[in-house]
Structure formats: C-alpha cells, structure tokens
Design a protein around this ligand. Structure first.
Ligand code: ADP
Ligand code: TYD
Length: 205
C-alpha cells in the first residue's frame, strides 16, 4: 500500500482552495487519512521562501532565479511533507505543484523551464492525479482581486497574462492527459466538487 498524491492547478482565483476544502471534507467523512498542503509553502523553510517571492514589489529576481527559489521551496516540501505523507499511506492534497512552475516561470523563459525540469527530475516525485480548474480568466481575476491579501501574486500582471497562463495550463494538460484532468470551473462549487470526487473515488478504491 502506498498513499496518493493529488495536486490542484489553475490560474489565481480559479477556485483551487475552495475545491480542496470540499475534497478534504469528503475524505474526512470517508474517514480517509489525508494531508492538506500548498505551494509555495507547506514547511517553515518553504514558507520563508514564499514570503521572499510574493513580497510586494519584488522585482529583484530574474525569472530563472525565481524558478530556482520555487524549486528550493518544493524540494524542502517534498522531503518533509509530501514523501513522508505518501510513505505513511496518506492522501496528500497539494494546492499547486510542478505544473505551476512550468506555466508561471516556464512561460516567461525557456531557460527557467529547462532549469526547473532538470531539478524536478532529481526531486523525483509526480502527482498521481492533477485537477486543472479551467476558468474564464476575467471572472477568476475578479474573484482573486476581491480577496483581501497582502501578497503580491501574479494576478497583478493583468488580464492578458492571465489569458496566457490559462492557455499554457491547457497545453500542459493536453500533453499529460493521463495525469491531468481538466475541470470546468465556471460552475457552482458543488458541481465542480462532484466531478472531482467522482474521479478521485476510482483512484482511492
Ligand atoms: P484559488 O485558491 O484558486 O485562488 P479560491 O478557492 O480562493 O481560488 O477562490 C477565489 C474566490 O472565488 C473566493 O472568494 C471563493 O469563495 C470564490 N469561488 C471559488 N469557487 C467558486 C465558484 N465555483 N463559483 C463562484 N465563486 C467561487
Ligand atoms: P497561490 O497561493 O496558489 O495563489 P492563488 O491562491 O491566488 O492561486 O500561489 C501564489 C502565487 O505563486 C500564484 O500567483 C502562482 C505563483 N507560483 C509560481 O509562480 N510558481 C510556482 O511554482 C508556484 C507553486 C506558484
């Protein structure tokens, strides 16, 4: 027996946290042992890196250095939370993982993408299933900007950037259709959750 690793991806404000909460509730009801975690973050060290990366007006990093910082945070997270969780037969649910780096940094620099992939190969762990919550970027951006937060996220780059992110996520999903399930996020949270739970049920059984 081995645990299951589930990741959620999508543009900012697409409803990942909402869906993870609903899935966590479902697992709790089923008395399944799960760990809920997020990137960048999940450990003390990774959270420190998150603070550096998402600080307001934080423009001192090249996109390549930014990618390496995300990868350092990820390595710490995999070592301390994700791998131990899976080895302990738990279901690990992660808000964002490697696909976010490929999209957010890789889209802006082929070299950042290459550097990240090299390191990812060495980290050596991939989700069993990934839910890409696909959303109209204008609605997602509205949702995200209405959320009170002191972090400077990539949502501040504007609507065209969000559109490109969406397309890049869809491209990756089509390339890895065995792992990544595209879920239409333009529905009620309950409707979206029902589809996700259906996919997960077959995996958990
Ligand atoms: P993410 O984690 O992807 O950034 P959130 O789950 O935090 O997204 O959702 C962003 C905002 O949109 C929140 O205020 C949330 O309550 C709202 N929201 C999430 N899912 C839906 C949905 N299906 N329909 C309408 N509003 C939603
Ligand atoms: P997150 O907290 O998931 O934001 P949101 O809830 O708004 O979706 O992620 C913070 C930001 O970090 C988000 O704008 C995406 C970005 N990010 C990257 O650029 N690269 C990465 O590898 C990861 C994991 C996140």
């Amino acid at each position: 027996m081995k645990g299951i690793f589930i990741s959620f991806e999508g543009i900012d404000g697409s409803g990942k946290s909402t869906q993870i909460s609903l899935l966590a509730k479902y697992f709790a009801k089923q008395k399944k042992s799960f760990v809920r975690t997020e990137e960048p973050g999940g450990t003390e060290g990774a959270h420190e890196i998150r603070k550096i990366l998402l600080r307001e007006n934080n423009f001192q990093w090249s996109v390549e250095s930014e990618a390496l910082l995300f990868m350092a945070a990820r390595n710490d997270h995999v070592e301390k939370v994700i791998k131990p969780g899976i080895e302990d037969n738990k279901i690990v649910i992660c808000d964002r993982f490697m696909d976010s780096t490929i999209v957010y940094q890789g889209m802006r620099s082929p070299r950042a993408k290459k550097l990240s992939l090299l390191l990812f190969d060495l980290i050596g762990i991939s989700p069993d299933i990934t839910f890409l919550i696909d959303m109209d970027p204008e609605i997602a951006l509205d949702r995200a900007l209405n959320r009170a937060n002191d972090e400077d996220r990539f949502e501040n780059y504007g609507i065209n950037f969000q559109r490109q992110l969406r397309q890049n996520f869809l491209d990756i999903a089509n390339k890895h259709s065995d792992r990544i399930k595209i879920v239409d996020g333009n529905r009620s949270p309950q409707q979206v959750a029902a589809q996700i739970i259906k996919s997960v049920e077959t995996l958990v059984k």
